[in-house]
Design a protein around this ligand. Structure first.
Ligand code: PRX
Length: 677
C-alpha cells in the first residue's frame, strides 16, 4: 500500500513456512456474520447459486446493472483467442462517464466523492459535480496537448485530487494511463515511459511526506534527459508544494494554467469494451517489469461488483477509505474505478500514517466517520507494534467493515484488527487478488461467510479458483499446492504490453489452460483457501511486489559488484525483507573486509539500488560473500541463502557444485553482521 507501512510473521515462500502453515491450519476460530449485518447485507448466499447456475449470465447481469453502456453488449465472453479474453466486446462505454457524469445526471451531484486530506492538514471536499467539472476541463487540457484516443499518458504523482482527476481525464479521452508509483526512481520511470511510448507525463512539483515537501519533478526531468523517453512531448505539472522546479520551455506546462484555460464541455470518447483503460507495470521474475494491460468493460464490471459486495457498500451512507497509493493496482481498482463507479464517498489521504503522530489514521476515521476501511496487513502489524492505546484515543465506532489486501494476514494481526480497530464487531474481509486479476477474486462475503482469521477462504461468486499439484490435479481438502484460476473472469489482464509471448509463457504455460497465479496455497478440511505467499522469485515487501532478479540486475550494474543474489527473508514487520548477497570485484572485496569498509560498501550499494529502482527496493541487509551457492548447472540456490538470511541452520546442500561454499559464506559473515544497519 503506501511505501512506508511496515509487516508479517508469515513471509517467505510456501516451502519456507512449514511450521506457521501448521499453525494456520489448526486455526479453529470462526466468526459468523451477525444477524443484523446479514439482514442488511448487499450480498446474499443466493449469489453463489446464481453464479453457479449460469456463470456467464451472472456476469452479464452484473455488467448491465453496475455499468452504464452507450451501446449495450450482446456478447458476454469470447474466449476463442484464449488466453486473451474479450468480455462484452460489442458494447461501448466510457469509464470516466461511469465513474462521474452518470452520478451527476442521476441527481447525486452534491454527494461528496472525495474528502481530501493533505499531510499538512489542508483539506478539500470534492462533490461528484465538482469532480465532473475538473475531469471535463482536464480532458480538454490533455486534448489541447495532443492526447487522443489510444495515446499513452504516464502519471507520476503523490496522492492528490488531481491524481484521480488525471486518471479519469485520460479515461475520458480513451487514452490509456500508466501510473508509476511516486516512490520509483528516475530510471524506473524512464524505462516505463519508454516501454509504453508515452506522449505526456503528468506529475507534480512534489508532495508532502513525513512533514516535509518531497520533490517529484526532478525525477521526471532526469528520466526525460536520458535516451529512451523521446516519445514525450509535454509534461503537465501540478503545483502542490510550491517548491522551485526546473522548467523546460515548450515542454513543461502548469496543470492549473492548462485546466483554467480549458473548455467546460467535453463529450466523452465512447470506446469499445475491450479498449485499453490502463497499463500498470509490476515486477515479475525477470529484471524487466511487465506492463499489465487492462481494458474497459470487464474491468469496470468486476471492480464495481466486488466493491459493492465485498465491502457491502451503501453509497448513500458509507464513508469508504482505502489507504493504497494510486501507484499500485489497489489504488486503481479500489480508490479510483470501483468506488467511483459505485458512487461512493471516500477519503483520500496524501501522507504517511505517523505524521504528525501515530494516531493520524484513526483521527481521520473519527473525523470523517469512516465506515469501511481497506488496508494492508503490513500497516496493521505496524499499528500493533505502536500499541493499542494509540487507536484507543479515537472514536472508531463508525467502522462497520474492515478489509485486508496485499499479503497473507497472520491470524494474530487479523484478531487484533477485528478487536482493536473493529471493536469486536466488524466483519473482516481478507481479499486475495493481483495486479493481473484487476479485481478481488477470493474473499469472504460479509453477511454470508463465517470468517476464519488468516484465510481468504472462497472464490467470489462468478470466480473459479482451485489449488492444484505439480500435475495440475486439484488437491483434496487438507492438501497444498499452487493456486490457479480455472475460468476467465471479466477484469483479467488482457496481456503484457507489447509482449504476447511473455503473457502466455508467464501465466498460462505452467499448467496448460489454467492461469497460474504464482502463489502457493492450501485447502483446509472445509475446502477454504489459505494463501501461503509466492512460489516464484517475486518478493512481497510491505505488500509491494519486488522481483529478486530486478534487484540483482540493479546490484550488478554497479561497478564494484561481480555477482549478486537476492532473497526475501521473513520479517516481522514488512512480511519479507530484501536481503542481498554480493561478491565484490578485486580490491573492493578487501575494502569490505573491515567493519567500516563493509558498512561503506553496503551504503553505496543500497543507495545504488534506490537510484536504479526506488527506495522501496533498497536491501535491508547486504552481505558481502566470497562465493554464492550454485548447483552444477549454475543455478543459485536461494533456499540456502534464505536459511542464512533468516538465521536458520542451513538446509540440504548436497546438490551444490562446491559443498564448501556455505562454510565460506558463514565464515565471512561475522564482518558483515556487525556492519548491518
Ligand atoms: O502473493 C499474493 C499477494 O500479493 C500478490 C499480488 O501482488 P500485487 O499484484 O502487487 O497486488 C497486490 C494487491 C492486490 C499475490 O500474488 N496477495 C495479495 N493479496 C493477498 C495476497 N496474499 C495473501 N492474501 C491476500 N489477501
Amino acid at each position: 500500500m503506501t511505501d512506508t507501512q511496515p509487516t508479517t510473521t508469515s513471509g517467505g515462500t510456501a516451502a519456507d513456512r512449514g511450521p506457521s502453515l501448521e499453525n494456520l491450519l489448526h486455526e479453529t476460530r470462526a466468526f459468523p456474520p451477525s444477524p443484523e449485518f446479514a439482514a442488511q447485507a448487499n450480498a446474499q448466499a443466493s449469489l453463489y447459486d446464481e453464479a453457479r447456475a449460469d456463470r456467464l449470465e451472472f456476469w452479464a447481469r452484473q455488467a448491465r446493472e453496475l455499468v452504464t453502456w452507450k451501446t449495450p453488449f450482446t456478447q458476454t465472453l469470447d474466449w476463442s483467442e484464449a488466453p486473451v479474453a474479450k468480455w462484452f466486446a460489442d458494447g461501448t462505454l466510457n469509464a470516466a462517464y461511469n465513474a462521474v457524469d452518470r452520478h451527476v445526471e442521476a441527481g447525486h451531484g452534491d454527494r461528496v466523492a472525495l474528502y481530501f486530506e493533505g499531510e499538512p492538514g489542508d483539506t478539500r471536499t470534492v462533490t461528484y459535480a465538482d469532480l465532473q467539472r475538473e475531469v471535463v476541463r482536464a480532458a480538454n487540457a490533455l486534448a489541447a496537448l495532443g492526447v487522443g484516443k489510444g495515446d499513452r499518458v504516464v502519471i507520476y504523482m503523490p496522492m492528490l485530487v488531481e491524481s484521480v482527476v488525471a486518471m479519469l481525464a485520460c479515461a475520458r479521452l480513451g487514452a490509456p494511463h500508466s501510473v508509476v508509483f511516486g516512490g520509483f526512481s528516475a530510471d524506473a520511470l524512464r524505462s516505463r515511459i519508454a516501454d509504453a511510448k508515452a506522449t505526456l507525463v503528468i506529475t507534480a512539483d512534489g508532495g508532502y511526506r513525513r512533514g516535509a515537501p518531497s520533490a517529484l519533478k526532478p525525477a521526471v526531468d532526469e528520466a526525460l534527459s536520458g535516451a529512451g523517453a523521446s516519445s514525450v512531448r509535454h509534461v503537465l505539472v501540478v503545483r502542490r508544494t510550491g517548491q522551485d522546479v526546473e522548467w523546460t520551455e515548450g515542454r513543461d506546462v502548469w496543470w492549473h494554467e492548462a485546466v483554467e484555460a480549458a473548455d467546460t464541455f467535453h463529450e466523452p470518447v465512447w470506446v469499445g469494451a475491450e479498449h485499453p483503460l490502463y497499463i500498470l507495470y509490476t515486477s515479475g521474475t525477470t529484471g524487466k517489469p511487465k506492463g499489465i494491460l487492462h481494458t474497459t468493460g470487464g474491468y469496470l464490471t468486476q471492480t464495481a461488483y466486488t466493491h459493492k459486495n465485498v465491502f457491502d457498500l451503501k453509497p448513500e451512507t458509507d464513508v469508504y477509505w482505502c489507504t493504497a497509493d494510486i501507484g499500485w493496482v489497489t489504488g486503481h481498482s479500489y480508490v479510483v474505478y470501483g468506488p467511483l463507479v459505485n458512487g461512493a464517498t471516500q477519503v483520500l489521504y496524501e501522507g504517511t500514517p505517523d505524521t504528525p503522530h501515530r494516531g493520524r489514521w484513526w483521527e481521520l476515521v473519527e473525523k470523517y466517520k469512516v465506515s469501511i476501511l481497506y488496508t494492508a496487513p503490513t500497516a496493521i502489524r505496524t499499528c500493533m507494534k505502536w500499541g493499542e492505546d494509540v487507536p484507543a484515543g479515537f472514536d472508531l465506532s463508525s467502522l462497520r467493515v474492515l478489509g485486508s489486501v496485499g499479503e497473507p494476514i497472520n491470524p494474530e494481526a487479523w484478531m487484533w484488527y477485528r478487536r482493536v480497530i473493529g471493536g469486536d464487531r466488524t466483519p473482516i474481509v481478507d481479499t486475495w487478488w493481483q495486479t493481473e486479476t484487476g479485481a478481488i477474486m477470493i474473499s469472504p462475503l460479509p453477511g454470508v461467510t463465517a470468517a476464519k482469521p488468516g484465510s481468504a477462504q472462497v472464490p467470489l461468486p462468478g470466480v473459479a479458483a482451485d489449488v492444484v499439484d505439480d500435475e495440475a490435479r486439484p488437491v483434496p481438502d487438507g492438501g497444498g499446492g499452487y493456486l490457479v484460476l480455472t475460468e476467465p473472469w471479466p477484469s483479467m489482464l488482457r496481456g503484457i504490453w507489447g509482449d504476447l509471448e511473455r503473457f502466455k509463457d508467464t501465466y498460462w504455460s505452467r499448467f496448460p489452460g489454467l492461469y497460474f497465479a504464482g502463489d502457493g496455497a492450501k485447502k483446509d478440511e472445509d475446502g477454504d483457501i489459505w494463501l501461503l505467499g509466492r512460489v516464484d522469485d517475486v518478493m512481497n515487501v510491505s505488500g509491494h511486489r519486488l522481483s529478486t532478479t530486478e534487484i540483482e540486475s540493479a546490484l550488478v550494474s554497479h561497478d564494484i559488484v561481480a555477482e549478486a543474489a537476492v532473497v526475501g527473508a521473513a520479517d516481522d514487520t514488512t512480511g519479507q525483507a530484501v536481503v542481498a548477497f554480493v561478491i565484490l570485484r578485486g580490491e573492493h572485496a578487501e575494502r569490505a573486509g573491515t567493519p567500516d569498509g563493509a558498512h561503506e560498501v553496503q551504503q553505496e550499494l543500497r543507495n545504488h539500488v534506490a537510484k536504479e529502482i526506488g527506495p522501496i527496493a533498497k536491501p535491508r541487509r547486504i552481505l558481502v560473500v566470497p562465493e554464492l551457492p550454485k548447483t552444477r548447472s549454475g543455478k543459485i540456490m536461494r533456499r540456502l541463502l534464505r536459511d542464512v538470511a533468516e538465521n536458520r541452520t542451513v538446509g540440504d546442500a548436497t546438490t551444490l557444485a562446491d559443498s564448501s561454499v556455505m562454510e565460506l559464506i558463514a565464515a565471512g559473515l561475522s564482518t558483515n553482521r556487525s556492519a548491518d544497519d
